[in-house]
Design a protein around this ligand. Structure first.
Ligand SMILES: [Zn+2]
Length: 389
């Protein structure tokens, strides 16, 4: 018991030692400067939306207290960076997409010991500019924590670091700050569903809606070629034949359709079909759903399968064809029914997938291809099985 208390003290001290640096980087990299950062004198659970890898710096600029982060295991496995994050800040390590009971227990215990914890409820960066759906578990966790809940939101981060892009763009966030606070008594009086509604409302942002009002010129030094790892259907002919021509123009080799990403972050075209990534996603979802209903499923060659352990160490299981059906994914002899899969999630901007199945963890990866489209199938497959049951 004594050892744990000492550990918290160590991490609290380390964090607060680094906080001035966090605030400086938040100002330089995100344009965040909190006029009156708030200090809490009771343990808090912080829920934030997730738009860039540096979101925690924005939170730190606005909240003076030390907090533990909830962090995906694949980040902690990233060489020196992961090692340093673990050694200095000891985050609550979780498997992406499927947070286990033990991991939640770790989080709750830290709060019980008087610490604060920051959770990015969506568990992922936004790929379309909107806050992603939040699970009911977020509301249940907030009630179980029996402490003050603080909701926090960043706006405009999508244009700095869309999920399909590896690097970060220059420029400031549109805005950031604490949205609401809920005492443990207020939380206890709400049903899980009522609380989830409040959390979703507090954390909701739509970068495109905000940008429509601002029409601010933005910088995209990386171009948008990497978007094809995430969205790849031509909006005109629905073929997977788009190529990126000059960093900003996406051209279809099948029908010749072209659209160009402009300096405001919108698509423009002589024949506009989609103007935003959210609109493109809606189009893809519809196109793929009708394909799946006709029995046409996805397959990709040159995909590698790995088993991953708690420390995200990878064991190669082979390279070959990833195939799919209404029931699930298959890879060589192995099959992964959707009914047994947990938390299918995208990594590497769309070129990798992670999931758990029967207590084992797997990674599928392709060299620069789009595996994000399998999310449409996973969602579609789950809907079909709910319809049947
Ligand atoms: Zn086309």
């Amino acid at each position: 018991m004594k050892k744990k208390a000492r550990s918290d003290k160590f991490y609290r001290k380390t964090f607060l030692f680094f906080r001035p640096l966090f605030c400086l980087v938040a100002k330089m990299k995100l344009g965040v400067k909190a006029k009156q950062p708030k200090k809490f004198d009771e343990p808090i659970l912080i829920y934030s939306n997730h738009t860039t890898d540096l979101d925690f710096l924005a939170v730190s600029a606005h909240i003076k207290n030390h907090f533990y982060l909830v962090c995906s295991r694949h980040i902690l496995a990233m060489g020196l960076t992961g090692w340093l994050i673990e050694k200095l800040f000891h985050p609550v390590a979780v498997f992406k997409g499927s947070v286990k009971g033990g991991e939640m227990l770790d989080l709750l215990r830290r709060i019980k010991r008087g610490n604060n914890v920051l959770v990015f409820c969506e568990g992922r960066l936004s790929h379309n500019g909107r806050t992603q759906p939040i699970g009911i578990a977020a509301a249940q966790l907030a009630k179980a924590a029996k402490c003050r809940l603080v909701t926090f939101r960043t706006d405009g981060g999508f244009f700095k670091q869309p999920r399909w892009q590896k690097g970060m763009n220059p420029g400031k966030l549109f805005d950031s700050g604490i949205v609401n606070e809920y005492s443990k008594e207020e939380l206890a009086a709400l049903s899980d569903a009522e609380l989830l509604e409040k959390i979703e409302k507090d954390l909701y942002t739509d970068a495109y809606e905000e940008q429509k009002k601002r029409m601010q010129k933005l910088k995209f030094p990386h171009g948008v070629g990497e978007i094809l790892n995430y969205y790849s259907l031509c909006p005109a002919c629905h073929d997977e034949s788009l190529v990126c021509k000059d960093g900003f123009t996406l051209a279809c080799k099948n029908c010749g359709y072209e659209m160009r990403w402009n300096e405001y972050g919108f698509f423009e075209s002589e024949k506009p079909i989609v103007k935003t990534t959210a609109e493109w996603e809606a189009l893809e979802q519809k196109a793929y759903s009708s394909r799946f209903s006709e029995g046409k499923f996805l397959a990709d060659d040159g995909v590698s399968l790995f088993a991953t352990d708690e420390a995200f160490q990878k064991t190669p299981l082979g390279t070959g064809t990833l195939a799919s059906s209404a029931e699930g994914l298959s890879f060589g002899e192995r099959s992964f029914p959707f009914s047994e899969m947990e938390g299918l999630e995208v990594l590497a901007g769309g070129a990798s997938l992670v999931f758990s199945s029967k207590g084992e963890h797997f990674l599928l990866t392709t060299d620069g291809g789009n595996l994000a489209k399998y999310l449409y199938l996973y969602e579609w497959g789950k809907k079909q099985s709910t319809k049947e049951s």
